[in-house]
Design a protein around this ligand. Structure first.
Ligand code: ATP
Ligand code: MG
Length: 216
């Protein structure tokens, strides 16, 4: 019996994928928020979940350690998405990748006078491309989290970060000054599994598609 392994990250991706899994008749045996297990069984003998960091989902799927997974477009852009099928935008975990600064920083003038900008971000590839396209010279500072802090303590002039409600920016006296791209999470599938396990995967993809808010 061929088994299906699905890679998910804890938190919003797991929470928002849960209804889609249920629509496909897949019910996790445990809640990853409270369980310490990294491999979680389901009601189906042939389907299991693995719990990994959001940024690691494409890696597990690319190497075939998972057959499919759910990953944000932000993560996929940084990863490169090589060797992955991306058959479906699940339209979950929606947010925007944006440039933000301290409330007092005049971003427009800095850009207009050709100032060199210090950019702190976890999204170095997306940031590099964005500023290169604008012809803005930058010094990139790679961070792994809490980007909002960087402009407040003088580590950078701007940050490139995900924004949903803007609440975190506001709480830290930051403002979004430029939209880079809209982000949502996609289904990512291992290329070999896509072909070899098609019989089992196709019904899961169909169920996901039908359970989504908007139908194609
Ligand atoms: P951690 O928060 O544990 O450091 P992470 O930021 O990689 O890890 P999540 O916060 O669960 O993990 O984010 C997973 C994905 O959800 C991101 O890659 C992004 O696509 C999306 N996301 C991140 N922040 C938000 C948000 N505020 N609103 C909606 N979607 C978001
Ligand atoms: Mg996060």
């Amino acid at each position: 019996m061929s088994t299906i392994t699905i890679a998910l990250s804890k938190g919003r991706i797991f929470d928002e994928t849960l209804p889609l899994l249920e629509a496909a008749g897949i019910v996790p045996a445990e809640n990853p928020e409270t369980s310490r297990k990294l491999i979680i069984g389901t009601n189906r003998d042939d389907v299991r979940l693995i719990i990994v960091r959001a940024t690691d989902v494409p890696t597990y799927v690319e190497h075939g350690a998972a057959d499919l997974g759910v990953a944000g477009k932000d993560v996929l852009l940084e990863h490169g998405g090589n060797n992955l099928y991306q058959p479906l935008d699940l339209e979950i975990a929606q947010c925007r990748l944006m440039v933000a600064t301290r409330a007092g920083f005049d971003y427009t003038s800095a850009v207009a006078r050709g100032a060199r900008l210090r950019v702190a971000t976890k999204y170095v590839d997306s940031a590099r491309k964005h500023f290169a396209a604008k012809g803005v010279h930058i010094d990139l500072i790679k961070l792994y989290g809490s980007m909002e802090l960087a402009p407040l303590v003088g580590l950078s002039d701007v940050i490139v970060d995900l924004v949903s409600t803007g609440g975190t920016l506001k709480a830290n006296n930051l403002v979004a000054v430029e939209h880079i791209l809209d982000v949502s999470s996609r289904l990512v599938v291992n290329q070999a599994a896509y072909k070899l396990k098609r019989g089992k995967l196709a019904p899961i993809f169909d169920a996901f598609k039908h359970a989504m808010h908007h139908h194609d």
